[in-house]
Design a binder for this molecule. Sequence first.
Ligand code: GLA
Length: 716
Amino acid sequence: MITFNKTKKMFYLHTKDSSYVFGLNCENRLYNAYYGKRLNTAALKKFAEPVIKEVAYHMVDNMRSNYMPEVNIFDGYNVFENTIKITLSNGVRSLDCSYAGHSINGDTLTVKLKDRKYGILLLISYKVHYDYNLIEKSITIKNIDSKLKAVLETFNSGDLMLPPGRYNLGFFHGGWIKEMSLRLEEISYGRKVIESRTGHSSHIHNPSFFVTKDDKVREEEGEYFYGQLMWGGSFKFTFEKRMYEAVNMTAGVNAFDGCPDLKPGEEFTTPSFIIGYSDSGLGKMSRLLHDYYRDKILKPEMVRNKERILSNSWEAFYFSTTEEKLLKFADKAKDIGAEILVVDDGWFRRRDNDANSLGDWIPIKEKFPNGMREFGNNIKEKGLKFGIWLEPECMNTDSNLYRKHPNWCYRFEGRPDKEMRHTVTLNITKAPVKKYLKDMIRRVINEYDPDYVKWDMNRYISETGICKGSQAQLEHVKAAYELMDYLKSLKPSVILEGCAGGGGRMSGGFLAHTDQMWASDNNDPFCRQTIQYGTSLFYPAISMCCHVADSPYCLTGRKSTALFRLRTAMAGNLGTEANLLEWSGNDIEIFKKEIITYKSVRDIIYYGDLYRLESPYESTRVSLMYVSKDKKRAVVFSYNCGMELTKSVNGVDPKIVVKAGGNAILRGLEAGHEYTVSGSNADTVMTGRELMTKGIGLALKKVQDSAVLILERRVK
Ligand code: GLA
């Protein structure tokens, strides 16, 4: 998996399908030699130390060497994007690092670089996730100097370099209720920056990208390189096409909010940057990433918990939520087959709109006369789990908390507070604030005994001021992780759902501390097609919460059928936002039936392999399927989104193919086996080969027609 060739002074890292090669030049500096498809020993032998002394920053020596620095350390004249840039307190603004040893510990290689004059050490770490085709990079910067302070001006987690060529970059853009819109464009000369400065990974972008030579994305063919920063706060990706066509990508925490410094003896470790390689399109990339998330990022005991169908009170009642209504609502939720009843915003102090009470986590007497424990117990007696909403990191300026502690929020001295949704952000890095929140969390968990908590965060982490020795946004995210971990430590079985006004914290960083994520505040099934498509590229279905809302939809005014809404949400982690009390008997019956179907296949959706069959960016018919790992069962979802969809697809491919009839070509099955196909009026037996070549007829004639097909492999 990891080897070092002493003679050639080269490191070889291998995953199942990829190789990553870097070495030491004659000056003992690291250069990158190769990343791509897995190479055999003969091919590896071809790599040799570059004949030139200097690693080719400027690629002037491109004819003799394509090699770029493995880590772009600012050495005084590397004018390209730097991985690490440090200013020492004596005014020296460069590092002069060379190799000072390495260690290989199982799947992890650590290379030590040391400054030739000053006491700065860089530990460059590579963890090889062999089966997942991933390499996890991070850097620890140590100040071992006895006197000097080191300011980390740039403290990225690592780079991904590709040989000279023309590449396209796939990245996400969007906004609130428009998360994860995909964009593919050429990486042209100069620098392209995708970043967040909001203190979250944000709705605007996502800390994930892929790079390919394809001009149009392909699901099962083509080489794809990809990266994801495992960080839930402000991030920065720089894509740089340098002279002579070389392409370098750098990823890390955004230094926009401040530069940490290291006093003698201190150290800083960056979050992880995972880089991956797929030799078979975006499909393989997603499937391996989903496996990685389920196996390594999410908590295994929580992944095993399939009972997650929740009915949430938010869009059903907004702030007019009461115990009386919710108990009736719970009966309906139970009736349709939901498993968790969530009381969302509106349950505390005098919260009748978003302008007050956030921070005062005491139930409103008039709304919950018997208190939350009693209410929760009533919910549990109905055979449901009990869930509750919190937004711990903020407070309304009209709240007792703010009146008592006006200085607990971030603020620039002498400037008015910049309220968003009438709130300010608590400085949760301060010890008394952290203590207040821990006490609150402990009380909520011990007194109310919830089985589920939705942890929201509805504003930017702004006006963060100077954080001595570090960066406030960065410390805030770490403190949020700590508070979430504290909550889980009190009751590990609690399902913790992360949320930031929808998908503003959809990230590997926060998924490592939660169990699932609210994908978007937009529950319009047409808009959801692109949001869920984009999210599915990097995140597994089990982590992507998808809810059924009322029609016409409150945010878009668009009407849709109950079945279309339901089946759209069924392609992920299903729940409801709808006011079930007002649903017609007919719609309730549809709900019940589909939820029975969902429960029979959700293990395939949660744990299986995803194949995206027809993309919302290319076709008005959108189809996807999940196949169980043993290939014995599969479920296919298909939707006729009509031209409605183009309204929600932001400036992407105007050449959308209108598709209603015709076969959908399935994937991921066993060619030589027969499968029974049932559901949505289908009742047939076909071989895997037929299904994957001829495909299966899907006559979704009208807009909003949909199909859910269930496939079971027949015993030979
Ligand atoms: C955010 C969330 C919603 C809901 C509201 C409550 O917008 O994304 O789901 O919880 O806050 O105020």
